[in-house]
Design a protein around this ligand. Structure first.
Ligand SMILES: *[C@@H]1O[C@H](CO)[C@@H](O)[C@H](O)[C@H]1NC(C)=O
Ligand SMILES: *[C@@H]1O[C@H](CO)[C@@H](O)[C@H](O)[C@H]1NC(C)=O
Ligand SMILES: *[C@@H]1O[C@H](CO)[C@@H](O)[C@H](O)[C@H]1NC(C)=O
Ligand SMILES: *[C@@H]1O[C@H](CO)[C@@H](O)[C@H](O)[C@H]1NC(C)=O
Ligand SMILES: *[C@@H]1O[C@H](CO)[C@@H](O)[C@H](O)[C@H]1NC(C)=O
Ligand SMILES: *[C@@H]1O[C@H](CO)[C@@H](O)[C@H](O)[C@H]1NC(C)=O
Ligand SMILES: *[C@@H]1O[C@H](CO)[C@@H](O)[C@H](O)[C@H]1NC(C)=O
Ligand SMILES: *[C@@H]1O[C@H](CO)[C@@H](O)[C@H](O)[C@H]1NC(C)=O
Ligand SMILES: *[C@@H]1O[C@H](CO)[C@@H](O)[C@H](O)[C@H]1NC(C)=O
Ligand SMILES: *[C@@H]1O[C@H](CO)[C@@H](O)[C@H](O)[C@H]1NC(C)=O
Length: 329
């Protein structure tokens, strides 16, 4: 039987109507259909860098979270909720949707996990428009195809999706349907986690990523929230350095605001001392396909299924993001 990570992991949440006059410094406890506690508290601090740094770092050049009314998200399974740009309900599933989290069926390629982006939208009382697609989305599929010796399908035999397809779909429909105001719309992006394990030497194609960021700017995007990966190595670091330099150029040329948040700072802290954080150092389930042999305490696991954080950790990522964006100004 297929199971639904969402339903096992996190109680469905009802978003509360929330005014934008509130301060967002404190994580917002939104109303839940079932009360879900957050057993782990954030213990990491961002390592704010300098705007003019040559290397990627954590900075905020003018993104105002409290002004955000709409979040447009691109990415992979860490931020996908299976909606593929469907517009525009609250980022919740209530009453419980039996296919939320299903890998097949009428919600083919639905969510793989909770998402810090949904938590962020809930915290800010913002509408979420989610174009992320799971199963190892990449930046540019033609680059992937040409350098990956023909392996275009994912481990689950699904056709891979890229950032180009996601932005194209957004430009076809999302920006019209949602009537976006550039000053109150925040574009979020995080990529490459799952691709990494499948293909460590992958050419990360920063030019493709920057080209899509240019296109979004040409279509009115003024505020970006970019998350760096939760691990560090020479290939992804080099990629992220080039993307960071592109963001600096966008700020200089167009006044584009960007906030960058480095999940590696957070995860280095958690993985160095899970017990101190209150975590057990486990992945709760051995596979995404079944709950048999699952742990009975997902909320204290760092990861829920292999390569995907638990609901608790997603909320920690949300809190870390807000802290970094507010502190690194
Ligand atoms: C959840 O907890 C709050 C505060 O304690 C309470 O008001 C609410 O009724 C609870 N909701 C449910 C569904 O148990
Ligand atoms: C957002 O926060 C900033 C600083 O924290 C403040 O100056 C600004 O007035 C706030 N804006 C809104 C719309 O609340
Ligand atoms: C997302 O929606 C578009 C437009 O309906 C469709 O062409 C595309 O195949 C969908 N992608 C996925 C991964 O379902
Ligand atoms: C994902 O979020 C969108 C926008 O909030 C919503 O319309 C959709 O129902 C959600 N999908 C799932 C599977 O939760
Ligand atoms: C990548 O390869 C797949 C499978 O051959 C194909 O369907 C897809 O159109 C290719 N995409 C690009 C952008 O080349
Ligand atoms: C999970 O299911 C997918 C899709 O059927 C399959 O390709 C994969 O091998 C399965 N993985 C495990 C660990 O059972
Ligand atoms: C500035 O915005 C234009 C679109 O208005 C875009 O084409 C260009 O690439 C942007 N510059 C940078 C450095 O991103
Ligand atoms: C990363 O390190 C490996 C092994 O040390 C090396 O072969 C590769 O060229 C390096 N890649 C980059 C982008 O620096
Ligand atoms: C900047 O990044 C490069 C390439 O990843 C690395 O070799 C260098 O040590 C980094 N410099 C600093 C100051 O971190
Ligand atoms: C936690 O698990 C990770 C991944 O298996 C490992 O790298 C790390 O050393 C572990 N940390 C502790 C404190 O055992």
């Amino acid at each position: 039987m297929w199971f639904s990570p969402l339903l096992v992991l996190s109680a469905p949440a009802l978003i509360a109507a929330k005014g934008h006059d509130d301060a967002h410094q404190q994580p917002f406890q939104y109303i839940t259909a079932e009360n879900r506690t957050q057993p782990i508290r954030l213990k990491a601090s961002p390592a704010c860098g300098s705007f003019s740094s040559q290397n990627f770092t954590e900075v905020n050049t003018g993104v105002k979270l409290n002004a955000t009314k709409t979040i447009v998200t691109f990415g992979d399974s860490w931020t996908s909720n299976g909606s593929n740009g469907t517009i525009p309900f609250a980022p919740i599933v209530f009453p419980p949707n039996p296919s939320a989290g299903a890998r097949l069926g009428n919600n083919f390629r639905a969510r793989a996990s909770n998402s810090y982006v949904e938590d962020l939208a809930n915290t800010l009382g913002a509408k979420l428009i989610d174009y992320a697609v799971g199963a190892g989305a990449v930046v540019d599929l033609s680059a992937w195809n040409s350098t990956n010796k023909g392996i275009t399908f994912t481990s689950d035999n699904l056709l891979r999706v890229d950032f180009i397809e996601q932005t194209t779909l957004f430009l076809q429909q999302g920006r019209f349907l949602s009537d976006l105001d550039p000053d109150t719309t925040l574009y979020t992006l995080r990529y490459l986690c799952t691709s990494m394990s499948e293909r460590p030497s992958f050419d990360y194609e920063p030019a493709g990523q920057l080209r899509q960021l240019s296109i979004l700017q040409a279509n009115g995007a003024k505020n970006f929230l970019i998350h760096w990966l939760y691990f560090s190595n020479n290939v992804t670091d080099a990629f992220q350095n080039v993307v960071y330099q592109g963001l600096q150029a966008a700020h200089a040329e167009n006044g584009t605001n960007f906030a960058t948040v480095n999940f590696a700072n957070l995860y280095n802290s958690i993985l160095a001392n899970p017990e101190e954080w209150g975590y057990n150092n486990n992945t709760c389930l051995v596979s995404q396909n079944f709950t048999t042999f699952g742990c009975d305490d997902p909320d204290h696991s760092i990861f829920y299924i292999p390569g995907h954080p638990s609901g608790t950790t997603h909320e920690i990522m949300n809190q870390y993001t807000i802290l970094a964006v507010e502190k690194c100004v």
